[in-house]
Design a protein around this ligand. Sequence first.
Ligand SMILES: [Zn+2]
Length: 292
Amino acid sequence: MASKPTTSSKATKAAAGKSAAKKSTSKKMAPRKAAPKKTASRKRTPKQAALKKSTSSKRTTPKTQSTPKTKSARISKAELDARQGVIATALKMSVTGLSPGRSGNVSCRWNDGMLITPSGMPYEQIKSADIVFVDGNGQVGPRAKKPSSEWRFHLSAYKARPDMNAVVHTHSLHAVVLACAHKPIPAFHYMVALAGGDHIPLIPYAPFGTEKLADYVAVGISQIDACLMANHGQIALGKSLEQALELAQEIEIMAQQYVKVLTLGLPRLLRRREMQDVLERIKTYGQHAQKT
Ligand SMILES: [Zn+2]
């Protein structure tokens, strides 16, 4: 790893925090309204710009840093814990059936970037050293593994939501079913408020691994902690890896329930004021109690 995080990181402490504060906004998402911020990867130094020229714009892996190697590749205890947390979350995602095949990926915020699962490796085989640090400019160290092909939207999610520290992305069955039918999850059940809004939105389709998809994700999760991704899957954010995984599981359960409800016809949806009430109550509910 060329870029070494410091031994103590506020981000890691925040990522490991147990706070389960939830956003209580009920504002609806406004897709495409506000253009997502350009990722920092577009701010290139002359050296980076030169490197960019020599690479394809359709590149799906981050640039490898051309800077000299650091003196030591030693990983701090804090970073090791964070890497193992990513692996543990990926494994849980797998054993709970949330990620059929090798679909899905997990990351946590780290320094100005993130630690993310590598591309194409079975979760059971991933070791701490295989977890990839992608910095805020989308760069990886010279000896790092190739990160998940979806690293771009993980990074854009962290930039769009500085209050979040972990991202779980899955192709869980029922979330995919709704995403392929282009059906967001409305307020058919009060539990949709768990994501912080009065429905689970659907972002438009864009090919995997692209800046376009990263931009859609940034807008999609700007005001809510999870969304469906058209013809793809779902993404869930959390203050910690545990929270992100738990929300992804809740989204899958709600998707399953909503698919079942639709077989009986259209449900009677909760009204706006009813969901407002739920969103207020959920702030002080159980472990999701919001610290104010
Ligand atoms: Zn995916």
